[in-house]
Design a protein around this ligand. Structure first.
Ligand code: C2O
Ligand code: CU
Ligand code: CU
Length: 540
């Protein structure tokens, strides 16, 4: 049945002979591919079936010359039309919209000139559908994902996850959204349709010919992470959202940047109202003066435009904060002439606009802000078998390498302390060592040692966790003072921004699936340089 639909969609048999679903050999050069990866399961009856192709395209981003990007092309094979939305005038996307409980099939095809694999960030899926670097496919090959959506309503996303090349692949444009809704969310009256707007924030640098440039300046850039010289929202520079007065909007913000951290604040000083985080709605709306958003983190905002008159503007800014690390850290060392870095980059802690809202027309959706949102019991430490003895993972620079407990990335490697039991509830303590490690090369030179006092946005695959506590004893008080009101620790999260010197305790349950999953720094350059490891969920 699916085959027939598929044929209709493609139209010609000629395409089919080189296309789906006759992929031919499933073996890869390393023989590491699961044979299921390129064939459709007969007993899987998807509610949504789509094709997703990573490929190069040339599109218009800046005035003048077009830009070569890498992008996801997509086609609905079967399912609700609204489940697959392209992002208008953008190389980002698509937006895949699903409901909890639905069965999803994605036929991914790699048309890039290099290996890749797609990861569903934040989603709870079996190992073989998680997009682990060990599962990369070559140019022209395909990978079939088939899973049931088990996550809560939330703003999830997807991006490539190949070994050592996640940074550049995301940078060149491969980022899409995976929005999950559920019954609980549907029972709340939240803005939908044109009032529910994705806002993917990224920084990029273009050359004179309007082409994207990435880390052209060598090793030091890669150590710190890429910082661009302009902000794009949904793939567009100087983004303006034209919204209606007297309406309420839900803005789903994703920090899709490789390494940049934002301190989000409205230009008129009004507080931000958060209603959702990475993997859930919040129990109740939360007002904050500003929000710190690290790479890969999401926050859903409730934006009330009542009493704003036609022609008014409201800007979302990134507010200033001291660059992480003394001596200006990335600002001075990685980014200026001193180390040969790109001096044109927008300094991370500076004040700059992200997007503008123009009030244009009047609507009439006077939705009230619900005072209760999601109803759930976060895990508490008492439920964890290791509550008195958390697993500790220290993120540090050691011997010019980004490490986790002294180790760097190994595709199939998993240490004893990285094995957890299926069904167990655990507390992990994540530590940003905030130093240059044990002296040595870096520590020996004060300035370079300090440069490595960087924040690490730590992400776990497979689970959504709750944040139990943050310990700031090791955090520079000057930094803490201007960022402390910007964290949201409620709700279900898959990424936590660890400031230099910060220690945080998180708690999660490892359920349903065994296998190898990743945990890593989501500064994509740190990740690509090895600040990533496997944890393994083993059957009890
Ligand atoms: Cu956003 Cu390991 O991923
Ligand atoms: Cu992920
Ligand atoms: Cu990092």
């Amino acid at each position: 049945m699916n085959r027939r639909k598929f044929n209709q969609k493609l139209g010609t048999g000629a395409v089919l002979t080189i296309g789906w679903p006759f992929i031919g050999s499933c073996s890869s050069k390393n023989g590491r591919r699961d044979s299921r990866a390129a064939t459709l399961s007969q007993d899987f009856d998807p509610d949504l079936d789509l094709e997703l192709t990573a490929e190069e395209q040339t599109i218009s981003i800046l005035p003048g010359q077009k830009t070569r990007v890498w992008t996801f092309d997509s086609q609905l094979i079967s399912g609700n039309q609204d489940s697959l939305q392209k992002m208008e005038d953008s190389y980002l996307g698509p937006i895949i919209k699903v409901r909890r409980g639905q069965k999803i099939r994605i036929r991914f095809r790699n048309q890039l000139p290099e290996e890749t694999i797609v990861h569903w960030h934040g989603m709870h899926v079996p190992e073989q559908y998680d997009g682990h670097p060990k599962d990369v496919i070559n140019t022209g090959e395909s990978y079939i994902y088939e899973f049931e959506v088990m996550n809560r309503a939330g703003t999830y996303w997807f991006h490539p996850h190949p070994d050592g090349r996640t940074g550049p692949q995301v940078y060149y444009g491969l980022t899409g959204l995976f929005l999950v809704t559920d019954e609980e969310e549907q029972n709340l009256i939240l803005p939908t349709g044109e009032f529910d707007i994705p806002v993917i924030i990224q920084d990029r640098t273009f050359d004179q010919e309007n082409q994207l440039i990435y880390l052209t300046r060598g090793h030091m850039d890669r150590m710190t992470g890429f910082l661009g010289n302009q902000i794009l929202v949904n793939g567009q520079p100087s983004k303006v959202l034209s919204l209606k007065s007297d309406c309420v909007y839900r803005l789903r913000l994703l920090n899709g940047s490789n390494s940049r951290i934002y301190k989000l604040g409205w230009s008129d000083g009004r507080p931000l109202t958060a209603i959702g985080v990475d993997g859930s709605l919040l129990p109740a709306p939360k007002e904050l003066p500003y929000i710190m958003l690290g790479p890969a983190e999401r926050v859903d905002l409730w934006v009330d435009l009542r009493n704003m008159s036609e022609g008014t503007e409201l800007t979302m800014n990134s507010l200033s904060f001291p660059s992480m690390g003394m001596m200006g850290g990335r600002g001075m060392m990685g980014r200026t002439g001193m180390m040969g870095g790109d001096s044109s980059a927008l300094p991370e802690g500076s004040h700059y606009p992200i997007f503008n809202i123009h009030i244009n027309g009047t609507g009439s959706t006077h939705l009230p802000l619900p005072d209760k949102l999601a109803d759930f019991q976060p895990n508490t430490a008492t439920s964890a078998h290791n509550r008195n003895n958390p697993r500790v993972f220290t993120f540090a620079m050691q011997g010019m390498e980004w490490t986790i407990n002294g180790r760097t990335w190994e595709t199939n490697g998993v240490a004893e302390e990285e094995k957890v039991k299926l069904g167990s509830t655990e507390v992990w303590e994540l530590i940003n060592s905030g130093t240059s490690g044990r002296g040595g090369m870096m520590g020996g030179r004060g300035m370079m040692g300090n440069m490595m006092r960087m924040a690490h946005p730590i992400h776990l695959h497979q689970v959504q966790f709750n944040i139990l506590s943050r310990n700031i004893d090791g955090v520079d008080p000057e930094l803490w003072d201007v960022v402390k009101d910007g964290f949201i620790d409620e709700g279900w999260q898959d990424t936590i921004l660890l400031l230099p010197g910060m220690r945080a305790k998180i708690i999660m349950i490892f359920k349903n699936y065994t296998g190898l999953f990743l945990y890593h720094c989501h500064n994509l350059e740190h990740e690509d340089m090895g600040m990533m490891r496997n944890f393994e969920i083993v059957a009890d």
